[in-house]
Design a protein. Structure first.
Lengths: 120, 108
């Protein structure tokens, strides 16, 4: 059974940092693109970042470029999101999502999400 | 950037009704479009990919159509469990991805 379990969310002050983790199981993690998708309270879905199977390519939505870094450890079946210089508008539930195998363009499994609250 | 616009933003319908939700892309995206269903407090669920392909395990009352800039999600006969929010997602600019703003389907 495919499972994605996020952790690391919490309350952080503006300008602070947080590192999210996503533990994957039930599939060959190293074969899949992976993404982070967020959802602000009462709002829609926003794709944040994704990473190629071997970590050689990483892409970000403009609003987080230079502040967030996506990474993965295939040996540990884990995905990460390092979030720096956090702003109030980064407050959201952050989901880890697996891309479909081929084409890679869609999301077929999602975690339960972890809430990040940026507030003083 | 490709913008995705869904309409309507919300719709009320009854069990057994046929419902259609529309998604329009700001430029042509071929058939690189997916539809997701999200219930309150839950993660999204993939329903349709490549505009019209039904994801495994999804009931056949869900169908998708369209190509280029205009797409539709149709639920042929609404069931109580279908009341949720629906999102379209374009993949033409992969690895950059955008979602529509969502359509909330409510019980009339």
């Amino acid at each position: 059974e495919v499972q994605l379990v996020e952790s690391g969310g919490g309350l952080v002050q503006p300008g602070g940092s947080l590192r999210l983790s996503c533990a994957a199981s039930g599939f060959t993690f190293s074969s899949y693109w992976m993404s982070w998708v967020r959802q602000a309270p009462g709002k829609g879905l926003e794709w944040v970042a994704n990473i190629k199977q071997d970590g050689s390519e990483k892409y970000y939505v403009d609003s987080v470029k230079g502040r967030f870094t996506i990474s993965r450890d295939n040996a540990k079946n884990s995905l990460y999101l390092q979030m720096n210089s956090l702003r109030a508008e980064d407050t959201a539930v952050y989901y880890c999502a697996r891309h479909t195998l081929w084409p890679w363009y869609y999301f077929d499994y999602w975690g339960q999400g972890t809430l990040v609250t940026v507030s003083s | 950037d490709i913008q995705m616009t869904q309409s309507p933003s919300s719709v009320s319908a009854s069990v057994g009704d046929r419902v259609t939700i529309t998604c329009r892309a700001s430029q042509g995206i071929s058939s690189w479009l997916a539809w997701y269903q999200q219930k309150p407090g839950k993660a999204p669920k993939l329903l349709i990919y490549a505009a019209s392909s039904l994801q495994s395990g999804v009931p056949s009352r869900f169908s998708g159509s369209g190509s280029g800039t205009d797409f539709t999600l149709t639920i042929s006969s609404l069931q109580p469990e279908d009341f949720a929010t629906y999102y379209c997602q374009q993949a033409n600019s992969f690895p950059l991805i955008t979602f529509g703003q969502g359509t909330r389907l409510e019980i009339k």
